[in-house]
Each structure stands twice: as structure tokens, then as C-alpha cells.
Design a protein. Sequence first.
Length: 151
Amino acid sequence: MKEMLRLRKNAKKTQKGVTLVELLVVLAILAFISAIVVVNVLPERDRAAVRKVEIDINVIESALDQYRLDMIRYPTMAQGLAALATLPAGAARAERYRPGGYLRGGAPLDPWGAPYQYRYPGKTGVVDIFSFGADGEAGGEGLNADIGNWN
């Protein structure tokens, strides 16, 4: 019995920590898992941003249609999308403007932090609502392409 206790104490004294090889193996495994996660998650983030733009444009388009039903016409280019949140100064038929506006908090920003663009009359339809994409400039390809209610 005494011999067994002595062996246990000696065994504990020899185990002082992990070796460098064990540490490197763990780090390699963590790096591998991180690489897999990054490769699979980053493209989803871009797709989610494009999907958010599409949803926002649909919401803005619906608000513009409601505005037109109440006010008989769409906001002018000068009034812009701000007309959906607050009554434009000098608006005809101001008594018909919906209390609280048509978009609470105003028009949202696109996922890249830029305001949505509004054009009336539109080039592709009655009104154009669009985002310039990730680069914030007209045109582009892929993630930098313009996304609008004509897509």
C-alpha cells in the first residue's frame, strides 16, 4: 500500500504540463476549423446583405404606393424618400397625409450604410428605388452592382 502511494506521488511529479508538439497539434486543429468556418460564413454575409436590400426596397415601394393612394401622386425628387416619414413642406392635400408617416423612422440605410436612391419618374418604371451596392457607386458587378426594384 505504501509502495502504491509512493508511485502515485512520483507519477504526479513527472506530469508537469503539455509538450510543445501537443500544443502545436491543438493550434493546427483550431486553425483548420477556423478556416472552414470563414470559407462557409463570409459568402452568406454577402448574400444576406443583398437580400436585405431587396426586402428594404419592397418595403419602401409599398410605402410609396400607400403615399400615392393618399396624396394622389408620388413624392417629387426634391422631397425624396424623406416624404415617407414626415409631411413635406407645402404638400398639396396635407390633410390626407397619414399620421405618423408611411415609414417609421424614415427610409432605412442599405447594408453598407448609404441611403437608398429614389428617382421619380423612373428610368425603368414609374419610380426607381435602388442601392449602389457595396462600392457606393453607380454600376459595378457582383456585390458592387446596383440593386433596384427593376431586378
